[in-house]
Design a protein around this ligand. Structure first.
Ligand code: XIL
Length: 397
């Protein structure tokens, strides 16, 4: 076990019930959620800090938007994880297996085993699939750009998209067509431009590579919803650039239906007001919005420094404090209130991963299930954020 919390959970509850230890027990209960089904023989312990059996986020927000997770399911997920996915999510984004490098490593080589298994499993389990991602600067092998002129590279782009989108026509409801085309750093000057990333796609095909990609995807599946997806586009110069880019795509007739705000945020710095305004801005362009890769990390400084295992697996991980979990829960509740306010525009909110074990931000506790698949305070806070207004209006006046 590489989670300190998991070790704590193994302590006998009877010891925690002893009078001098009540305060400690309360602290521990707040830090770690108890097992979903404590053994009948266990002595009564402190009340569970987090209700493991209340309404799901998926059902609570069913009238607003889809709730999704990212993962290369069914892969090596445990039975418990598979159960969690089926109960809690309505749509799956393949975390890696449909990206250009894994699925199309060489011009004449396709690896469809994992994407096929994912699409099949999702259909059998009543989960929708959001495809990710057709055109990206990362996880894309160099063969796309080697030894070819503009016409050849355009042909490769078209073949890649036509083959992949065509294979899952009618089975993948929506696609991230272009991922992360805008530069990270920006200022007042770049905010007046699209500030496109100097990727091999831009170098090879110019700014039209985005329009072409959307056209090719639409040809391959005219029913699929097509997204531009990026991080940090909700705020500052990058938001301004995103608006210019999206306006250009729309003006040029690119079949674009939505924009994905990835949503990789940190508890202490979530840009709430910018998120609120950005969703309204995109909606004003006639686009749908998805929060496509949501995770809200817990700040590193609070529980001591991360050990050498930070960012990887197997090393020491500092557990979140009760205060960390509360702050994270508040941040999650606030962003979900913003998403719900814009439910006419927001069509999907997808968590990037499943749990604090199944996350690319391992060690930063970013998701709403802990490393042992237990609901965290953030889970309940998200549910309460939706139910609270209703409860208030039910009160006698
Ligand atoms: C990440 C995956 O989660 C990792 O497993 C992989 O090693 C790298 O990519 N933005 C994206 C996602 O659009 O595809 C990235 O996913 C996270 C950032």
């Amino acid at each position: 076990m590489n989670s300190f919390g998991s070790n704590l959970r193994r302590q006998p509850l009877v010891a925690l019930a002893a009078a001098p230890l009540v305060a400690l027990a309360a602290t521990l209960a707040a830090q770690v959620s108890p097992p979903a089904n404590p053994p009948a023989s266990a002595a009564p312990g402190p009340a569970p800090a987090v209700d493991q059996h209340g309404p799901t986020i998926k059902e609570t927000y069913a009238q607003c938007f889809l709730i999704g997770m990212a993962g290369d399911v069914p892969g090596n997920y445990s039975d418990a994880e598979i159960g969690l996915i089926r109960e809690n999510f309505g749509v799956v984004t393949p975390e890696n297996c449909m990206k250009p490098a894994p699925v199309h490593p060489a011009e004449d080589t396709w690896r469809f085993e994992r994407p096929d298994a994912l699409v099949k499993w999702c259909r059998e389990n009543n989960l929708l699939v959001h495809g990710h991602t057709l055109v990206w600067h990362a996880q894309t092998n160099p063969w796309f750009f080697q030894g070819g002129d503009k016409a050849v590279i355009t042909g490769r782009l078209k073949d890649h998209i036509a083959t992949l989108v065509g294979r899952y026509n009618g089975k993948v409801r929506s696609w991230d067509v272009v991922n992360e085309a805008i530069n990270d750093r920006g200022d007042a000057e770049t905010a007046k431009t699209e500030n496109l990333r100097n990727s091999r796609w831009l170098q090879s095909l110019g700014p039209e590579f985005l329009t072409l990609a959307f056209r090719f995807a639409h040809e391959a599946d005219p029913e699929a919803e097509l997204y531009y997806n990026d991080y940090g586009i909700e705020a500052g110069p990058k938001h301004a650039s995103s608006m210019l880019l999206l306006k250009r795509l729309i003006k040029d007739g690119a079949p674009i239906h939505g924009v994905g705000i990835q949503g990789h945020w940190s508890t202490a710095t979530v840009p709430f007001d910018s998120i609120d305004r950005a969703i309204a801005d995109y909606k004003a362009l006639g686009l749908k919005v998805s929060i496509s890769e949501l995770d809200v990390t817990i700040r590193g400084a609070s529980g001591g420094q991360f050990g050498p295992g930070f960012g990887g697996r197997g090393g020491p991980v500092t557990p979140p404090s009760a205060q960390d979990l509360r702050a994270q829960a508040e941040a999650y509740a606030r962003v979900f209130s913003i998403f719900a306010k814009h439910k006419d525009a927001v069509e999907r909110v997808t968590f990037w991963g499943l749990s604090d074990r199944r996350t690319w931000r391992f060690g930063q506790h970013p998701l709403v299930f802990d490393a042992d698949n237990q609901r965290k305070p953030a889970y309940v806070a998200i549910v309460d954020a939706m139910r609270q207004p209703k409860a208030d209006s039910d009160k006698p006046r």
